[in-house]
Ligand binder design. Structure first.
Ligand code: GDG
Length: 469
């Protein structure tokens, strides 16, 4: 295996995440290659990982045992998952129980005892790997809802470590959280950390309240006092993007050329609306397409002048609720285009596929109105990415008030995506806004995103974690 070695020295900084930041491919000659998968988390953590001799523990996408290896200067520690574990721990408990429950029960969460058992077993495997890899007194940073039991499992074996946990998705209020048959275990799992980070202050408050009511520990503001004298701190650390890097990509002549091409290929509409999401029922894709379709049907917008491009990246396709959603969107797009389009003009261009980063940047450059309407979203990076690409201060952002990002992007056109009439009038307002208003809004949002980038997010979390020592 190229660029790999079978041992790994102990690390002073360990990141534990469901997935490793690499994908494996095998070429025709049977040689294995690893390719860094572009993602915000790698970008954020790469510099700190290098500086601290860091290691990353995660699933490598298969069930075989792969020795730890180095890839482009990162130490990677693969964790295997069997096919059944992928079904029960990942598609099951993580994505069919926790995901819908933590997102306001938009879809009905399913509770299965076997899924829970698999979740416990897999969390233990991740924790055991961290026990082996972490140097004495190391900092271990655990990521997201798939691994909420790891903090406690790790602390039991390694009380010398500084343990941080960050939740990328919302943390629900007690009224919803208490549905989980294993609620107490999940809370205890998280309490193994010294610092539990959330996207928004409200999530931290939900967590602290639940600890008080369910577990009975004393709390003062955002600190939980455990009976053994240890404290657990909770706080919001709103995640962000590599705004400078993305802006640089957006400014490349090739990106600008590609943005022009995209508009040309669409027949140069006067106004181009854009949606970019993982195909997920939390993202409000049907709501926004319905609203747009009605605007065209009402005659409020002219389908010869206005177009909607929706990119929906394939996601969790083996989970039933995602298959149903895909069919619903297919039908909706077909109806709008079938009823309202004509030869050479379709109101909605729907792309169920994923694209390279450069194409994303070109799409953001090309769009006049970015439509981000999740029903619930921890943060939503797409909204911040759009802003980062609009270096000429042009363009409008329509943003759901239920996205974490709406707390920071105050100058967006805010909308309640459940209110279809409200959504329609907000889309119209964004399309009709004058350029001075738009550039004033965009300037303010751009300042927020460039001053609060992903590097700041990572360093804020890690310095707070070290400070609480
Ligand atoms: C979770 C939380 C939180 C999408 N399609 C393509 C592509 N993308 C990129 C986007 C963006 C990322 O994927 C999606 O991030 P989001 O934040 O929008 O949403 P989730 O995937 O649900 O992420 C969310 C996030 O974690 C971080 O904490 O903000 O609330 O749900 O970067 O641009 N990228 C490429 N091709 C695609 O087709 N290259």
């Amino acid at each position: 295996m190229p660029s790999s070695s079978s041992t790994i020295s102990q690390a002073d900084l360990v990141v534990v995440a469901n997935r490793l930041p690499v994908d494996r491919t095998v070429d025709d000659a049977g040689t294995t290659h690893w390719q860094t998968s572009p993602g915000g988390l790698v970008t954020a953590l790469e510099p700190v990982m290098r500086k601290n001799a860091g290691a990353w523990i995660g699933w490598h996408g298969a069930d075989d045992d792969v020795d730890p290896f180095e890839h482009e200067g990162l130490s990677l520690v693969p964790v295997p998952l069997s096919v059944q574990e992928v079904e029960e721990y990942y598609e099951g408990f993580s994505n069919s129980t926790l995901w819908p429950l933590y997102h306001d029960v938009i879809a009905a969460p399913k509770f299965h005892r076997e899924w829970w058992d698999a979740y416990v077993a897999v969390n233990r495997r991740f924790a055991d790997r961290a026990v082996e890899v972490a140097a004495e007194g190391a900092v271990v940073w655990i990521q997201d809802y798939q691994l909420q039991l790891v903090p406690q499992m790790l602390r039991e074996q390694r009380p010398d470590l500084r343990i941080g946990f960050f939740l990328h998705i919302p943390f629900p209020p007690a009224e919803l959280f208490n549905q989980i048959p294993w609620r107490r275990q999940l809370l205890e799992g998280l309490l193994g950390a010294d610092l539990v980070g959330f996207q928004l202050p409200g999530a931290a408050t939900n967590f602290v309240r639940l600890i008080r009511s369910r577990v009975g520990h004393r709390t003062t503001r955002n600190t939980i006092h455990l009976p053994d004298g240890r404290n657990v701190d909770t706080r919001a650390f709103p995640i962000s993007i590599d705004s400078a890097g993305l802006e640089e990509m957006a400014r490349e002549p090739e990106t600008q050329q590609r943005a022009r091409e995209i508009r040309d290929n669409l027949g140069n509409p006067k106004t181009l609306l854009l949606g970019v999401d993982r195909l997920d029922y939390t993202k409000g894709i049907t709501q926004r397409l319905r609203a747009f379709g009605e605007l065209v049907a009402d005659g409020a917008v002219d389908a010869d002048e206005v177009m909607f491009v929706q990119v929906a990246t394939p996601s969790r396709e083996r989970v039933e609720q995602y298959r149903v959603l895909r069919d619903d969107i297919d039908r909706l797009v077909g109806r709008v285009n079938g009823d309202l389009g004509h030869i050479g003009r379709q109101p909605i261009t729907y792309l169920h596929t994923s694209y390279p980063r450069t194409e994303m940047a070109a799409l953001f450059r090309a769009a006049d109105v970015m439509v981000v309407t999740p029903l619930r979203d921890g943060m939503n990076l797409v909204a911040k990415e759009y802003v980062a690409c609009k270096y000429d201060d042009k363009g409008a952002l329509v943003l759901s008030e239920f996205a974490g990002a709406s707390a920071e992007l105050k100058q967006a056109f805010h909308v309640n995506p459940y209110d279809i009439n409200g959504l329609k009038s907000t889309l119209l307002a964004a399309m009709r806004a004058d350029s001075r208003d738009l550039s004033r809004r965009m300037r303010a949002m751009r300042r927020q995103v460039s001053e609060h980038d992903i590097a700041k997010w990572a360093s804020d979390f890690l310095s707070e974690l070290r400070r609480t020592a």
